[in-house]
Design a protein around this ligand. Structure first.
Ligand code: ADP
Ligand code: MG
Length: 289
């Protein structure tokens, strides 16, 4: 499936037929993307290939097959790859931090790796991104003394350093409390103003609130692509509630004492419920199988 969300500014990220195998397992299978400015959410069950796809987009992993263009550059070429990495921010699914460093030292170090040579600028920038993730008052503490959620935000600040035009975030909301999630939204909205943000998540509410575009991934493939509203719309007229098991349902789950919600073909007389992104997601992942 070709997935295109071009905007007036053109394409910032393009892939054609990218494929990655681990032994006999195809983790990413023939993925075509064309993404412009904005926030794109990648949804999918565990093992769908989200992390592998994001690692390819972050130039950590090279695809076995297919081509890739990031910010108009081809990361297969070493010179272009260095340029891309300077303009790219990446938050891995399990970020590794130097826990003996302070947040300020950690972010400064990432800025050095991105070849920002002006030390005074780096210090200001590191302080600004730590402030943006709500760690302004912790930037001089050792990372090992910080909570899991704070460490996650140090990693996020490291991804944000230098105002990247391409931001790749693997489950960025993990370990954040509701207030921090809301703060994350405004930080990402700012990046999305000038560049492309690709994030993976398990949180469909997050996708509805934050993303202009959704990719649903299943078994290495993009099985659905569109807006969050269109994903909810997939379940229009195909979601209903009752207090019994329904043979025509593709999926059913309990929503309260004795109440079940179903997606699939409603029986005659059932009154359809208002569909959510969850309903659409459950329906398209089931239909893809
Ligand atoms: N380095 C690796 N070596 C072998 N198999 C891997 C490796 N990375 C991922 N996989 C496999 O590839 C599939 C996709 O994994 P992943 O990209 O982590 O999916 P997701 O992030 O959607 O959970 C899984 O079956 C996983 O076990
Ligand atoms: Mg993952």
């Amino acid at each position: 499936m070709t997935t295109t969300t071009h905007t007036a500014t053109g394409t910032l990220l393009e892939t054609a037929g990218i494929t990655k195998r681990f032994g006999s397992l195809t983790a990413v299978d023939d993925v075509d993307l064309g993404l412009g400015r904005g926030i794109v959410g990648v949804l999918g069950p565990n093992g769908a290939g989200k992390t592998t796809l994001l690692r390819i987009l972050a130039t950590v992993l090279a695809p076995d097959r297919g081509s890739l263009s990031l910010l108009g550059l081809d990361p297969a070429s070493p010179t272009a790859r260095t340029e891309v990495r300077r303009r790219l921010g990446y938050l891995p699914q399990s970020p590794r931090l130097y826990t003996g460093f302070t947040p300020l030292e950690m972010v400064d170090y990432v800025a050095i790796l991105k070849e920002h040579t002006d030390a005074a600028w780096r210090r200001r920038e590191a302080a600004a991104v730590l402030e943006a993730v709500g760690l302004g008052d912790r930037m001089h503490k050792r990372i090992r003394t910080l909570s899991g959620g704070m460490q996650q935000r140090v990693a996020l600040a490291s991804a944000l350093v230098g105002s990247p035009d391409l931001l790749v975030l693997d489950e960025p909301a993990t370990g954040l409390d509701p207030e921090q999630r809301i703060a994350l939204r405004s930080v990402l909205a700012e990046t999305a103003h000038r560049g492309c943000v690709v994030l993976s998540t398990h949180n469909t509410a997050e996708v509805a609130a934050l993303c202009q575009h959704v990719l649903v991934m299943d078994r290495g493939r993009i099985c659905w692509s569109g807006t969050p509203a269109a994903l909810a719309g997939e379940a229009e007229g195909r979601v209903w509630e009752s207090d019994v098991e329904e043979p025509t349902a593709l999926r059913s789950w309990l929503t309260g004492p004795g109440t079940r919600r179903h997606v699939g073909t409603p029986p005659a007389g059932a009154s359809p419920a208002v569909p959510t992104v969850d309903d659409g997601y459950l329906l398209v992942t089931r239909l893809a199988r």
